[in-house]
Design a protein around this ligand. Structure first.
Ligand code: GDD
Ligand code: MG
Length: 346
């Protein structure tokens, strides 16, 4: 899935080039490219599909030249992940009725890629044999309200696969704190494994509107009519995430607690946490930057411009194109709203 806007990474992430297409980590590869290469440990390039907004098709092909145009599923509108997952399932079910699928975001950082591949393979073995919706779980270390929480039945697990009692998407802080202290909750990594037919049954039951709209296309998937069908009907699907539409309701969810070192690169703070710091706790990225008496800050500047910054603590300074943002690091979540305000007012 590479169709989000990444608005909390503004001003680096823009409508025309959202964060999944950016070299956020600074190693020359975009988040999409990193995700693609990670999956080459699990499968071959011909079995990797990218589902994104149609306007990003050329960028995907440029960053993943191994792909054939037919491996890019183009959405005409942004309707969040539930319609995106359903479209993918219908299409892949048409290619192979037993298709066993991994759905993954393109914006996560995963440190131990070998362990990641082991966990994904274990999930694929499980879903090949069971009508199960599997999600990889991460041990939580704080009451983050931007994630899904998975309550798993520890005593019932076999071979590292545990039945899920409850899935709660983006709880409020008090609820998140109670989940954390109860000790039997994991974060949802947003990496799902299931057979196409299993997830389509879940849509039929829990998201009948999406199922009805997209099942009309059955004669069109994988034919020259597919795009015309999607262009006409996809925009009519309700805009909702797969977490709310399916995962909060289904009763055949399982989780594999994963230990591969995961971070959702959701906002600037996550990037600061994951990056190497200088002696004063600063992360410096991009072009020439001179710091004097600066501590615990994230500073990112363009190649051809010298930034000289002094006497600040705990800020993020992001100079990108026609926008400069100087903001407290602890208030990173406000960036999304600020971007909207900036767009309206200027
Ligand atoms: N193709 C497509 N179309 N992709 C989309 C769309 C869309 O309309 N909307 C979002 N995506 C992509 C994003 O680019 C990202 O890679 C992924 O789907 C997940 O979307 P986010 O918007 O980043 O979701 P989230 O972070 O709020 O929540 C999800 O991820 C968390 C972990 O990072 C949920 O699954 C949570 O439960 C989970 O904890
Ligand atoms: Mg996310």
């Amino acid at each position: 899935m590479a169709g989000g806007v990444g608005s909390r990474f503004w001003p680096a992430s823009r409508e025309a080039k959202p964060k999944q297409f950016l070299d956020i980590m600074g190693d020359g590869r975009s988040l999409l490219r990193l995700t693609f290469e990670r999956f080459l440990r699990v499968t071959t390039a011909d079995k990797i599909f990218v589902v994104t907004n149609g306007r990003y098709r050329a960028q995907v092909l440029e960053q993943l030249p191994e792909l054939d145009g037919g491996q890019i599923l183009c959405e005409p509108s942004r309707n969040n992940t539930a319609p995106c997952v359903a479209y993918t399932a219908f299409k892949l079910h048409g290619l192979d009725p037993d298709a066993n699928i991994v759905i993954a975001p393109s914006d996560a950082l995963i440190l131990n890629e070998g362990l990641f591949a082991d966990n994904v393979n274990k999930a694929l073995d499980f879903t090949a044999a069971n009508d199960a919706l599997v999600t990889l779980g991460i041990a939580p270390d704080r009451p983050h309200t931007g994630y899904g929480y998975i309550q798993f039945a520890d005593a019932l697990g076999r071979d590292g696969v545990y039945p899920v009692r409850r899935f709660a998407e983006k709880p409020d802080l008090v609820t998140a704190q109670s989940f954390l202290s109860s000790g039997d909750y994991l974060w949802n990594a947003g990496i799902f494994v299931w057979r196409a037919k299993t997830v389509l049954s879940a849509y039929e039951r829990y998201a009948p509107e999406i199922y009805a709209l997209l099942s009309h296309g059955l004669p069109c998937y994988n034919t020259p009519e597919e795009q015309a069908f999607i262009d006409e009907f996809y925009p009519q699907t309700p805009s909702i995430s797969v977490d709310y539409a399916i995962m909060e309701h289904a009763d055949n969810i399982f989780t594999i607690p994963a230990q591969f070192g995961w971070s959702d690169l959701g906002a600037w703070g996550a990037l600061y946490q994951e990056s190497p710091k200088d002696g004063a706790g600063n992360v410096v990225a991009g072009g020439p930057i001179l710091l004097e008496d600066v501590h615990n800050s994230y500073v990112r500047g363009p190649e051809g411009k010298l930034l000289v910054i002094g006497g600040i603590d705990d800020l993020m300074v992001i100079d990108e194109g026609d926008v400069l943002v100087v903001y407290p690091r602890s208030r990173e979540q406000e960036i999304k709203a600020l971007r909207e305000r900036a767009e309206k007012e200027f």
